[in-house]
Write a protein that binds this ligand. Structure first.
Ligand SMILES: Nc1ncnc2c1ncn2[C@@H]1O[C@H](COP(=O)(O)OS(=O)(=O)O)[C@@H](OP(=O)(O)O)[C@H]1O
Ligand SMILES: Nc1ncnc2c1ncn2[C@@H]1O[C@H](COP(=O)(O)OP(=O)(O)O)[C@@H](O)[C@H]1O
Length: 228
């Protein structure tokens, strides 16, 4: 450690940057600047980083379309990853349930994780109901203070009528919710706030899974994300 510190002290710029403390948080926490720049990562990857933020009801098709998009982008040579509600709730967010407060915390943590993936240069797809406008906009705001010309937050509204979701019912959850066995179920006794101006609006009841995924990839192509 001493060896590295002495090396660092010989370099012109310090890799440490003080950050303003919020409230009573410790001001002893400093930000360590990265030695590989965002531009270097973009050049190496051949694409810009971003989060494709899929939002929609349970059964709307978030996971299905997100994974289809992930496969298409991977096949194009992009660095990608999918963060899925069902998986993340087993690990990182295993302590959270489905009250409004827990959903807010769920999305806050996913927002932070997404930001790290974007910082690492990836095209990350997230598949969470994320029912509240304020929380989605908060993640958007966190990803807007970058040096990139393109926005790093792309909201993908998976728009599927609840009747269709309920008919699909891939996990049998609507049936349980209607029977009163699951409380606070989104669209039944818990709110879903519609996206106001999503970058991509996908109607899964009107087109195939492949066409839905292609619509998202086309957005990236048309907006310069894949042309670095
Ligand atoms: N009460 C209730 N309401 C909604 N969904 C429920 C509930 N209980 C369990 N599940 C299952 O959890 C998945 C949703 O988790 P998310 O993390 O995406 O939810 S949220 O964004 O915090 O609202 C959701 O997955 P998807 O079907 O993939 O959306 C369900 O499988
Ligand atoms: N065009 C489509 N887009 C996405 N999913 C579709 C489509 N048509 C049918 N489905 C089916 O709907 C279900 C969606 O489930 P899932 O992707 O788990 O939704 P969510 O992640 O939103 O809960 C899957 O069984 C999928 O095969």
């Amino acid at each position: 450690m001493d060896f590295f510190m002495s090396l660092l002290s010989k370099t012109a710029a310090s890799p440490y940057q003080e950050i303003e403390s919020e409230g009573d948080k410790s001001s002893d926490v400093v930000w360590h600047l990265a030695s590989v720049s965002h531009a270097q990562r973009e050049t190496a990857n051949g694409h810009a980083p971003a989060v494709l933020w899929f939002t929609g009801l349970s059964g709307s098709g978030k996971s299905t379309v997100a994974n289809a998009v992930d496969k298409m982008l991977h096949d194009l040579g992009c660095k990608t990853y999918v963060l899925d509600g069902d998986n993340v709730r087993h690990g990182l967010n295993g302590d959270l349930g489905f009250s409004d407060a827990d959903r807010v915390e769920n999305i806050r943590r996913i927002g932070e994780v997404s930001k790290l993936f974007v910082d690492a240069g990836l095209l990350v797809s997230t598949a969470f109901i994320s029912p509240f406008v304020e929380d989605r906009e908060s993640v958007r705001a966190q990803l807007s203070d970058s040096q990139h010309s393109n926005s790093q937050f792309i909201e993908v509204y998976i728009d599927t009528p609840i009747e269709v979701c309920e008919q699909r019912d891939p996990k049998g959850l609507y049936k349980k919710a209607r029977a009163g066995e699951i409380k606070n179920f989104t669209g039944i006794d818990s709110a879903y706030e519609l996206p106001i101006n999503p970058e991509v609006h996908v109607k899964t009841a009107e087109q195939s899974i492949e066409a839905c995924a292609q619509q998202v990839v086309d957005y990236l192509k048309c907006n310069g994300y894949l042309d670095v």
